[in-house]
Design a protein around this ligand. Structure first.
Ligand SMILES: [Zn+2]
Length: 75
């Protein structure tokens, strides 16, 4: 069985583990339409724009419509 030639010191082992533990920042970019920070390659959550056109209609606060949510059994 292959074995390591030398003992790795605690300091060396810990420093190796420490550098792998760095937090990755979310890849945010500014929306070209409204200027809100959004994740790149994702539809803007505030205006629903993606690649220069409206993809998703932005959610607006309104009272509950006829769609109650959930499945309705036909009778
Ligand atoms: Zn936007």
């Amino acid at each position: 069985m292959p074995n390591p030639k030398r003992k790795f010191t605690r300091a060396r082992r810990d420093s190796r583990r420490a550098k792998n533990w760095t937090l990755v920042e979310n890849n945010l970019s500014r929306c070209t339409q409204c200027g809100v920070m959004r994740a790149s390659h994702r539809v803007c959550p505030s205006c629903g724009f993606y690649n220069g056109k409206i993809v998703v209609v932005a959610k607006t606060k309104k009272s509950k419509g006829p769609e109650g949510g959930g499945e309705q059994k036909p009778q």
